[in-house]
Ligand binder design. Structure first.
Ligand code: FAD
Length: 440
């Protein structure tokens, strides 16, 4: 089978790219191992809501039109939103088609799947950044009898035995899961490493609204001092709830969650924790205050001071001066460990030599170091918002322009037939700008 461009993955990133390729009249297919929005259908816990408000889920030519722009979508709502987008843009998705290998072939690529091979000139990798939970190697030292979950295998507290739970990692997933389990009546200890603290609401507006209007989310990959570091910053401690609650460490200790340092090792049944907790919390408070100062300066310069509430500063994170450095895991107090220690992509099928020694794809803002190969949907790919639903539109516009120009330069040596993909909308969309739904 032949097409000009293969997109691998029918999450929102692959779909946004499809919309732009259609706009540019570039024939393509999307190969998806499961169904549209597969990650949201199969890899998220039951109570999860988006931590980005409804208005912020903007995809090319598509945005929120309901009556609750400041609300947070549940998982069924998120799935319906992405599925509807695929229908609206007539995305040429081949579902239940798992890519098992991607190789160079002549001037283009061969994409091997369990439904046959595709030959194409360009490939967009939109397989997601969160395919595999990062479980630290020290997990191998766990004594027997402790159940373990990750944010991908965890569904709800009903899965867990009664008894204590250790949640490792205090970013978005860890803090949300720790709160839910603590509220289920189990006693939660949260091992806290580096984290990013933000309030849900600031001066009466959602923090995402501020970061959007003040341009923080639009910051480009080639403008930051250290892009490698920026791509590894943990996710914000943020949750979406109808009450718009802040779920930071103070809120968690307020409901009884015990805070402890970063899990540093497990030796002979003893978990060892770093003593850095007070320092890490002080650093997170400092960085939050820096962000709030940036927002305040922007608000003053842009005439918002009289339109929003007064500037706020929040209580420093309260932690024990000397938190415990060890915990005996053989005593039966901890029945479950949740590894909320991050995710990584799965490129086990990628046979093009573009991975660095840490297994990351070498690329410049999504233009991979192999001709005609592009990447979507990873943290800070081209902008701070790149891994968010809201970031895919701008990235897809930029990268599809590069892809079109790449194909154009190759047009004089056509080796692969161009072919119109059945089921694709032939009329170009009238507007490719992201929805202009007014936030807040
Ligand atoms: C717990 C969690 C909460 C999040 N909350 C938010 C939020 O509130 N707001 C927000 O904007 N973002 C959020 N994100 C970030 C981001 O929006 C999601 O990770 C999103 O799913 C990424 O979209 P994507 O299209 O890049 O990848 P995915 O949605 O993961 O899509 C990739 C697709 O590729 C397919 N695929 C993978 N490998 C293959 C293969 N070999 N062959 C064929 N198909 C393959 C998968 O089945 C999947 O459908 C969250 C992420 C996580 C993990």
């Amino acid at each position: 089978m032949r097409t000009t461009t293969v997109i691998i993955g029918a999450g929102h990133a692959g779909l946004a790219m499809s919309r732009w390729l259609t706009q540019r009249s570039i024939d393509h297919v999307i190969l998806e191992r499961g169904e549209v929005a597969n990650s949201w259908k199969t890899e998220r816990w039951d109570s999860l809501r988006l931590l980005t408000p409804n208005w912020q889920s903007r995809l090319p030519g598509y945005g929120y039109e309901g009556g609750d722009p400041d609300g947070f979508r549940t998982m069924p709502e998120t799935i319906a939103f992405i599925e509807r987008y695929a229908r609206v843009i007539s995305a040429p998705v081949r579902t239940h088609t798992k890519v098992s290998a991607l190789r160079r072939s002549g001037e283009g690529y061969k994409v091997s799947t369990d439904q046959g091979d595709w030959h194409c000139q360009a490939v967009v990798l939109a397989t997601g950044a969160c395919n595999i939970p990062q479980v630290p190697a020290l997990a191998e030292g766990l004594p027997p009898g402790i159940a373990t979950f990750t944010p991908i295998s965890y569904r709800n507290p009903g899965q867990l035995e009664e008894g204590g739970v250790l949640v490792v990692g205090a970013s978005a997933s860890g803090t949300q899961i720790a709160e839910e389990i603590q509220r289920s009546g189990r006693r939660v200890t949260l091992a806290v490493g580096e984290h990013v603290r933000v309030p849900r609401l600031y001066r009466g507006k959602d923090i995402q609204w501020w970061m959007d209007v003040a341009g923080v989310l639009d910051e480009r990959y080639d403008e930051v001092d250290d892009i490698v570091r920026a791509r590894n910053v943990p996710s914000l401690q943020l949750a979406g709830s109808p009450q718009r609650r802040t779920v930071d460490l103070n809120a968690l200790s307020g409901i009884g969650v015990k805070l402890i340092g970063r899990l540093a090792g497990i030796h002979q049944g003893q978990a060892q924790f770093s003593g850095s907790l007070p320092n890490l919390c002080a650093l997170a408070d400092l960085k939050m205050n820096r962000l709030l100062a940036t927002i305040d300066a922007w608000a003053s310069q842009n005439g918002y001071d009289n339109k929003v509430g007064p500037a706020q500063r929040f209580e420093p994170t309260q932690v024990e001066a000397s938190p415990p450095l060890a915990m005996d895991l053989t005593k039966g107090e901890i029945k479950t460990i949740i590894w909320a220690s991050g995710f990584r992509p799965d490129y086990s099928w990628l046979e093009v030599p573009v991975l660095d020694r840490k297994g990351r794809i070498r690329h410049d803002g999504g233009v991979v170091e192999a001709p005609g190969l592009y990447l979507m949907g990873i943290p800070f790919l081209r902008r701070r918002k790149s891994s968010l639903i809201d970031g895919a539109g701008d990235d897809a516009r930029d990268l599809s322009a590069h892809l079109a120009s790449y194909l154009g330069h190759r047009a004089s040596v056509p080796r692969l037939e161009r072919q119109v993909t059945p089921g694709r909308s032939s009329a170009p969309p009238s507007s490719m700008s992201a929805s202009t739904t007014t936030p807040g």
